[in-house]
Design a protein. Structure first.
Length: 183
């Protein structure tokens, strides 16, 4: 669905030549460990003796520069990963659709509870129909199973169900989220 840029001639796994290892993000995982490792000594520095003694300074002189330099490097590396990130939206949609709409089961559960069905009964109704889809390996569509269930359609009409199965419910605010995250 998404992958790091893989340059020509770059090697992947030593044991599996077809595999494209995400080396930059794997490296970022390790760098994050180093930055997190600074948290414990920083927290231990909170307790001071005699109105701010110097027991903390040796720790601060070590963790502050190391954590800042490491974090700066990691953030710059991550910016490069994001700039070159390869995203495959068609594959994402294909994978979402593989199981016939089961990705919407929680939204159906919540809609049923909002329509006055107890959570326990709503769960039972959703699970019953989800299992039909699961057992058919996605050949039966979740919305179709729900529409054929009179207990469900008594609470949620076809229009309401179609609205629940709209992917736009999950992407409505994506532009503002990305703008906020990347600005």
């Amino acid at each position: 669905e998404a992958e790091e840029y893989f340059s020509e001639g770059q090697k992947g796994s030593s044991a599996m030549p077809h595999k494209r290892n995400p080396i930059l993000t794997e490296n970022l995982t390790g760098l994050a460990r180093l930055v997190r490792a600074a948290v414990i000594p920083a927290m231990e520095n909170v307790a001071l003796w005699h109105e701010r003694d110097i027991s903390h300074s040796s720790v601060e002189r070590n963790i502050a520069p190391d954590a800042c330099v490491t974090l700066d490097f990691a953030l710059n590396r991550m910016a490069g990963v994001i700039d070159k990130l390869l995203v495959y939206p068609d594959t994402m949609m294909e994978n979402l659709e593989k199981m016939g709409g089961l990705v919407f089961s929680q939204a159906v559960l919540l809609a049923l509870t909002q329509a006055g069905v107890s959570r326990e009964d709503a769960y039972r109704m959703v699970q019953r129909n989800a299992m039909k889809v699961w057992e058919s390996k996605g050949k039966t569509k979740f919305m179709d199973a729900l529409l054929e269930d009179p207990e469900v359609t008594e609470k949620l009409d076809k229009g309401k169900l179609k609205g629940i199965f709209d992917y736009k419910n999950y992407t409505t605010h994506i532009d503002s989220i990305l703008k906020r995250a990347l600005s």
